[in-house]
Design a protein around this ligand. Structure first.
Ligand code: ADP
Ligand code: ZN
Ligand code: ZN
Length: 816
């Protein structure tokens, strides 16, 4: 092939298309689909990293105008499999971003070639004509010793420096040079062996045996009596210094071999091999259905709905074993926060070296090595968070998504892909089985399963036969009536005291999500809601008003409860810190740990706090939903959910669903081993269907009620949302731009198929120095809705001024 169709690694919409390049003779064999290259780009032929999408015999551009590929990276080994290129294309169309952004998300992190510009002074040039800004550049460069990075000069002298540099470049006072920086993260291991081809050998042996000064060399040579090849680590471990080794190498007595190694993320010796359990009847039925799907030509996604402890993980592992026996590979996605040592252990103990793990606590090099193991067929199972979907496996047979309801499957950076949607595409494209599991599936997935779009498999019993903990609802309005104004009900206080007495552990949850502050009555539990959207109002302290973040309706904040007239109006938003303080006051002798965003800023602090608690270093753990997931705490027998209402009134239609999930997960923390677990759900709305069903662990009951509400309001799965955030640095400009876009949406909305809400100030009104307004658009079917909004955004972009960004998000998670 003579030509390569290349995507360049830049993010401008104008460069988001393929460019043809000529393949020089020398690269004929290496230039392949999916390979990383360096190409000259633009008028100045700036060196740029690019990716070959395909090869071609012909090009529409005449040969003399085509540029040559300059360099082939990664020894010509593709960085993208054909499946990953398909996935990137799909993501681009589905999430409205550039193909390059999708390729970057798929590519291992940190390996992209970075380029910088050096500014160099031409010593021989005449600088007498320099003036103003040029003099400043001259001064700075002299200070830097004649050359410096362009970025450094810009930082020093402001962005206006570019002009001066351009002028000086014309006058040949200075010139620019591009520098490419590549992080390879290569890890090498050095090995040494005896160089038999040397006649010096005999002499040396004799010499080191007799000469005391050569005891280091002697010790080193003696090592080779037992092994013909020894690694540098082993030599160091034997207490031999560098110098004997250097000497013997120099003399040619020893020779060196360098091997590229891929770092391991665990050592197999730490794990005992386990064999599969004999499946329970429920498990067997599920496994049989999965096997049936494996053999099908056209497969259906499978939703595995099973209560905590019902043996879902065991089903995953037995299904994976089937896939491996067929010579195929599997990916297991888990929320990062659930990727605990216990979770890893189960997979490693079962599959040994065939499995690897990737997560954000590993270094970029370690992660790259796991990626390479997948590419080179050295492993067959990869476990990790959403990005593990992008492993370059050659024959993917199964994708498992554990805790499929988890919001961390949606990327919060561009491309804002939903790994569940991407997994569905990838499974269809590769013919892999898609297996999703949860104790509390998200409503949309469960609805699809009930409609027959997914296969529904259910596990209703715990494998050990144990029971779920007893859950009790505590009416906090009643507590107030009885004169208890503390955040702790009387019963919870008593129970904590009992646990301290028995040296058993307690977990206290505060289901605080996002930034919402809602308003409710502490006497009757009434929550102030928007009458149009059914969503709870958010309190804005500055203006002392309540606002619906769907439609923008505002009302004055009430002095008395509109339901019962009580003056006990409460502005929710109590933090974990306050709860911690109160626990310490009530139980001064208890050891208390707190875990929330503030205490988990450090890289590994999240796991450290949980491990400390697991090891019994504290009696009480106070935390947000972070502590609800994954970890097994055998000594926790009491769980208190401080105010279930906080997550029930987040101002989002997901609130009930999220609260149900949280209560169920939190409950699962208590007494997994025996039946002594107690859970107390404190709430001002004890009759709310979400609370009552969660207390009974009745997912179906909850689903039946919630789905009716969704249907009535046209919320997913019966409708779809799409949001556009208008952001910019000038508050007035973005308000105007948002109005312009709102106008376009209204005009284009012929036949009123769509419901347009806003613009309203976004929940995070000011974020990283930018003001943000948000428009929410609701429609019946997702794809036409998104097409419609995309069209309007395109029109809007032409009308709004520079410096204003319009960002479209499909299925926005943070609807407030
Ligand atoms: P889940 O993933 O649904 O929460 P797990 O797979 O963690 O459930 O299973 C709960 C416990 O039961 C685990 O300790 C697991 O080792 C054990 N287990 C799973 N399947 C069986 C089985 N068939 N027989 C006995 N124990 C099992
Ligand atoms: Zn009231
Ligand atoms: Zn509203």
């Amino acid at each position: 092939m003579r030509y390569a169709r290349v995507i360049v690694g830049m993010n401008h919409p104008q460069t988001d298309r393929v460019f043809d390049y000529h393949i020089p003779e020398a690269f004929q064999d290496e230039a392949k689909e999916g390979v990383r290259v360096i190409v000259p780009f633009g008028r100045r032929n700036t060196k740029t990293e690019g990716y070959i999408l395909s090869l071609a015999e012909e090009s529409e551009i005449p040969l003399e105008k085509l540029k040559d590929i300059l360099e082939i990276l990664d020894d010509g080994r593709p960085i993208f499999t054909p499946q990953m290129l398909h996935l990137a294309q799909w993501m681009k169309e589905h999430y409205f971003c550039t193909l390059n952004q999708c390729l970057q998300a798929i590519m291992p992190t940190g390996i992209k070639t970075k380029s910088t510009w050096q500014v160099l002074l031409n010593e021989a040039a005449d600088v007498s004509a320099c003036k103003g800004g040029e003099l400043a550049v001259l001064e700075a460069l002299k200070e830097m010793g004649g050359s410096g990075a362009l970025s450094e000069l810009e930082k020093l002298l402001g962005s206006g420096v570019k002009n001066a540099i351009q002028q000086m470049q014309k006058k040949k006072i200075l010139y620019l040079k591009q520098k490419m920086i590549r992080s390879e993260y290569k890890m090498e291991q050095r090995f040494y062996s005896i160089n038999n081809h040397t006649s010096l050998w005999e002499n040396t042996i004799k010499k080191v045996e007799t000469d005391k000064r050569l005891s280091g060399q002697k010790k080193l040579l003696h090592l080779f009596k037992e092994k013909s090849e020894i690694s540098l680590e082993e030599i160091k471990k034997s207490g031999i210094g560098e110098s004997p080794l250097k000497t013997l190498l120099k003399k040619g007595i020893l020779k060196e071999r360098i091997e590229q190694i891929k770092r391991a993320v665990f050592s197999l010796e730490d794990y005992e091999k386990t064999t599969p359990f004999f499946p329970t009847a429920e498990q067997r039925a599920a496994i049989e259905e999965i096997e049936y799907q494996i053999d099908l030509e056209k497969k259906n996604p499978i939703l595995l709905h099973g209560i905590t402890g019902s043996g879902k993980t065991e089903i995953y592992m037995q299904s994976i074993a089937k896939i491996l026996a067929m010579g195929k590979q599997a990916v297991v996605l888990v929320p990062e926060i659930s990727l605990t040592p216990q979770m890893m252990e189960r997979f490693i103990s079962r599959f040994g070296q065939a499995v690897s793990i990737t997560h954000s606590r590993l270094s970029a090099g370690e992660r790259l090595d796991q990626w390479k193991k997948a590419r080179d067929g050295e492993i067959s199972v990869m476990i990790g968070p959403r990005s593990a979907l992008f492993m370059p496996f050659s024959d993917l047979g199964m994708i498992i998504i554990d805790e499929v309801h988890d919001n961390s499957y949606i990327s919060d950076i561009t491309p804002k892909y939903d790994a569940r949607e991407a997994a569905k595409f990838l499974a269809e494209d590769t013919g892999a089985v898609l297996l999703m599991g949860s104790a509390t599936p998200d409503l949309v997935s469960y609805h699809k399963a009930r409609q027959g779009e997914y296969i529904l498999l259910e596990l209703k019993e715990r494998t050990g036969g144990g029971t779920l903990p007893k859950m009790q609802i505590v009416d906090m309005c009643k507590e107030l009536e009885e004169g208890n104004r503390s955040a702790f009900s009387q019963i919870l206080q008593q129970e904590i005291a009992i646990n301290l007495e028995k040296a058993q552990q307690t977990m206290l949850f505060l289901n605080r999500r996002g930034f919402a502050t809602f308003v409710s009555c502490r006497s009757c539990g009434h929550v102030m809601r928007c009458p149009e959207c059914g969503i709870s109002y958010t309190y804005h302290a500055k203006e002392d008003i309540l606002m619906c973040h769907y439609c923008g309706k505002t009302v004055e904040s009430p002095r008395n409860c509109p339901e019962c007239g009580s003056k006990y109006i409460r502005y929710f938003g109590t933090g974990t810190q306050k709860i911690e303080e109160e626990v310490r006051r009530l139980f001064p002798r208890a050891n208390v740990l707190r875990m929330d965003l503030d205490t988990t800023m450090g890289k590994n602090s999240h796991n450290q706090i949980l491990e400390a608690f697991r090891k019994g270093q504290a009696d009480i753990l106070v935390g947000t939903q972070m502590i609800a997931k994954g970890h097994d705490f055998p000594n926790v027998t009491l769980v208190g959910i401080m105010a279930a209402d906080t997550s029930l009134n987040t101002g989002s239609f997901y609130a009930s669903e999220n609260t149900f999930q949280l209560i169920t997960q939190a409950g699962g923390r208590a007494g997994r081993a025996d039946d002594s677990g107690r859970v107390y759900i404190q709430t001002y709305q004890p009759k709310h269907y979400c609370i009552t069903h969660a207390a009974e662990q009745n997912y179906k009951g909850f689903y039946e009620e919630e789905i009716l509400l969704r249907e009535m309001m046209g919320y997913p799965p019966f409708g779809a949302f799409c949001s556009v955030v208008v952001s910019g640095e000038v508050e007035e400009d973005i308000a105007n731009a948002a109005d312009v876009l709102g106008g376009i949406l209204q005009t284009e909305n012929r036949g009123n198929s769509y419901f347009i809400m806003g613009p309203v100030p976004a929940m995070l009104f000011k974020f990283r120095g930018e003001y943000r307004q948000r428009i929410l658009i609701q429609g019946h079917d997702e794809d036409p809705l998104v097409q419609f909004v995309a069209k309007c955004v395109e029109k809007g972009e032409q009308k709004v001024g520079k410096g204003i960004h319009l960002q479209l998000t499909r299925n926005p998670l943070n609807i407030v």
